[in-house]
Each structure stands twice: as structure tokens, then as C-alpha cells.
Ligand binder design. Structure first.
Ligand code: TXA
Ligand code: MG
Length: 324
């Protein structure tokens, strides 16, 4: 079973224990402002292989590499002016930037799935301190079994992966609650590979240009993690619900009444006053609670597709996608 260390009680021991397990080449669960990550030394192939094994993740799917600061990031990858401006404006924070690897970069090809680019992000808070103490970048996907709902608390990680990993560092609930926004500069154009915790319009403001959206989730190599079915609860998922059928779970948004909600097995509200940041922070935990209610279907009321709603709706569409 994993040891759990509360970083708010003993930050030093958390960093020492974390560095020790990472140094042995094993993954650990770390808190970030977006979701919990399953982190391992991005320069150690055996350690990275253990991330894939622990998550049951397809090997063609590249991992985000987490750095302590921009200087560290530039040791491994080359930043064009737009990528650098975004890094300076938003790091540390919920933004991942895909940039070309430097020749002979020490980041192992298992972390990048053999691509010549790498997705880099600087997490806010404790994770940055841990990386600085460890001295190597950390490859870290979300700390959940592949295809399942991402973990936004140490308890989520423990329930899913607790018997497969040695250490979980606990910093309470993740503040943002959805994964980072992923962007890539390509031939002078800025592409949105995944909507996430940083609102797209903020990125457009700093970059001084529009983000190109690929339209729909594709299994293309640019973002192979963007598989259609993802974030899947055990229950079926129904979107844009305006009524509830007997025994369904309801995850509402805002104050609008939903017909038949008195028949719901459980009623949760992402944000009663329609605050999208609050909704993002509650999303994955409420999906897990609704799933645990035993309802065969989770019905979601509509969430506006603006600001953080873009990331929330992306996750909801994947949760509702046909399963393989
Ligand atoms: O907030 C987050 O981003 C969390 C926390 C732990 O930092 N991490 C996370 O990682 O969501 P993961 O592995 O679940 O998602 C990585 C995504 C995948 O969709 C992957 O395909 C994409 O990033 N990605 C990674 N490297 C890439 C690259 N070189 N080119 C294009 N996409 C890449
Ligand atoms: Mg994930």
C-alpha cells in the first residue's frame, strides 16, 4: 500500500521521501494545481515504463514533462518567441506548451513516445519545489488508470492506484480541477491541442493571435491522448439533460430546475451560481460520487461553452463517448 504524506504537515519529509522514491526509479503521486500526477524521472526509461505499466496506458501516448523553471525547460527544449512569451506570462500555471526537443536532450524517448517534440509545463506550488529538489524533469500524466476519471485528491489516487505505488503526496483538493491547456506553435500558427485549466482567450490575448482549434478530438499523433473515450465513469453518461429519469444521477450546473430531479439517486451541483472555476474544481470528484451512487446513468445539465466551460465540455463529451 502507498504511504501518504500530508505536505501541509511535513513539507520537508514529503520532499525527501519523494526524491528518494523518484531516485530509485519508481513513480509517485504528486499534487498539482490541475489534477494529481503520477510522476517519474523523465530521463530514466525504467521509471517511465513504470508509469505506463501502473496506468495501463498505451505506449504511443506521450507524457507531459514538468519542470521547475523556464531555465530548466530550456536545457531540454527550444522555445520560439511565441512559446517563450506564453511561458513567461503563464508559468507556473495550468498551461502545457509543446516545443521541439533539443538534439541529444536527456528526456527519454519513452516519455515523448519517440516524437521530436515535448509537452512541457511548470506546475504551481509544491510540485515545482519537489522538481527543483530532485533536479530532473518529471514526466507525469494524471494519476489514474488510463481512460478513467482523473484524480483531484489524494483519496482518489489511493482508491485507484494505492496498491500499485509506493508514495502519495497529499496537498488536499486540486485548485483548478481539470488538466492543463495544451498549445503548440506550428509554422507560425498557434494550435489548441487540448482545452484545459487556462482559458483560451487569455492565451490569445498574450499571443496576439487566434488559437486554431482542430475541430474534433482526433487520434492523430499531435495529441494521441485526445482519444474520444476518456474520463469514463462506470455509469453511462447523458449530456444536456433537461429532465431526470427514475434512478439516474444528476450533476447540475446553475440554478435552473431540472424536471424529475426528485427521482434522482443523487443530485450534485457543479456550481449553483454558475461559476465555471468552481464547476471545474468539482467536476471529477462529483463524477466519482455520482458513479459511486450506483446509478446506471449520470445525467449532466448543460454547461455554457465559454471560458473554462470549453475544458469542462471537452471532458464531458469524452466521458459520454462510446466506449471501446
Ligand atoms: O494538468 C495536466 O496537464 C496533468 C498534470 C498531472 O500536469 N497532466 C496530464 O498529462 O494531463 P496527461 O499525460 O494525462 O496528458 C498529456 C497530454 C496527452 O493528450 C498527450 O497526447 C499530450 O499531452 N502530449 C504530450 N506530449 C505531447 C507532444 N509532444 N505533442 C503533442 N501532444 C503531446
Ligand atoms: Mg489523463
Amino acid at each position: 500500500m502507498a504511504e501518504i504524506i500530508d505536505i501541509t504537515k511535513d513539507r520537508r519529509r514529503a520532499i525527501e521521501a519523494g526524491c528518494a522514491v523518484l531516485g530509485d526509479g519508481f513513480p509517485i503521486a504528486i499534487p498539482t494545481e490541475t489534477v494529481y500526477g503520477l510522476a517519474a524521472d523523465a530521463t530514466n526509461p525504467a521509471a517511465i515504463a513504470r508509469i505506463y505499466e501502473t496506468k495501463g496506458r498505451p505506449r504511443f501516448n506521450p507524457l507531459i514533462c514538468h519542470m521547475a523553471d523556464l531555465e530548466m525547460a530550456e536545457e531540454y527544449a527550444a522555445f520560439d518567441p511565441i512559446s517563450r512569451a506564453l511561458a513567461e506570462a503563464f508559468w507556473p500555471g495550468p498551461l502545457t506548451i509543446v516545443v521541439p526537443l533539443r538534439p541529444h536532450s536527456a528526456i527519454h524517448g519513452l516519455a515523448t513516445a519517440g516524437l521530436d517534440t515535448v509537452g512541457i509545463r511548470l506546475p504551481r506550488g509544491f510540485a515545482g519545489d519537489l522538481i527543483r529538489a530532485f533536479g530532473h524533469p518529471l514526466a507525469a500524466p494524471s494519476a489514474n488508470t488510463s481512460g478513467k476519471i482523473s484524480a483531484t485528491s489524494a483519496a482518489h489516487v489511493e482508491a485507484d492506484l494505492g496498491d500499485k505505488i509506493r508514495l502519495i503526496l497529499d496537498a488536499g483538493a486540486s485548485a483548478v480541477g481539470v488538466e492543463s491547456t495544451i498549445v503548440k506553435v506550428e509554422a507560425g500558427r498557434l494550435r489548441l491541442l487540448r482545452p484545459g485549466g487556462l482559458v483560451a482567450s487569455e492565451i490569445e490575448r498574450v499571443a496576439g493571435r487566434r488559437l486554431l482549434r482542430s475541430g474534433k478530438a482526433s487520434a492523430a499523433i499531435e495529441a494521441p491522448g485526445m482519444l474520444a473515450s476518456h474520463y469514463a465513469p462506470g455509469a453511462a453518461v447523458r449530456l444536456d439533460a433537461t429532465h431526470i429519469d427514475e434512478g439516474e444521477a444528476l450533476i447540475a450546473f446553475g440554478a435552473a430546475p431540472i424536471a424529475g430531479s426528485e427521482h434522482a439517486r443523487i443530485v450534485l451541483n457543479l456550481s449553483r451560481n454558475g461559476n465555471l472555476a468552481e464547476a471545474a474544481a468539482n467536476l471529477f470528484d462529483y463524477m466519482k460520487q455520482a458513479d459511486a451512487s450506483g446509478a446506471a446513468t449520470i445525467a449532466f445539465s448543460a454547461v455554457p461553452d465559454e471560458g473554462l466551460g470549453e475544458a469542462i465540455n471537452d471532458r464531458l463529451r469524452r466521458a459520454a463517448a462510446p466506449r471501446e
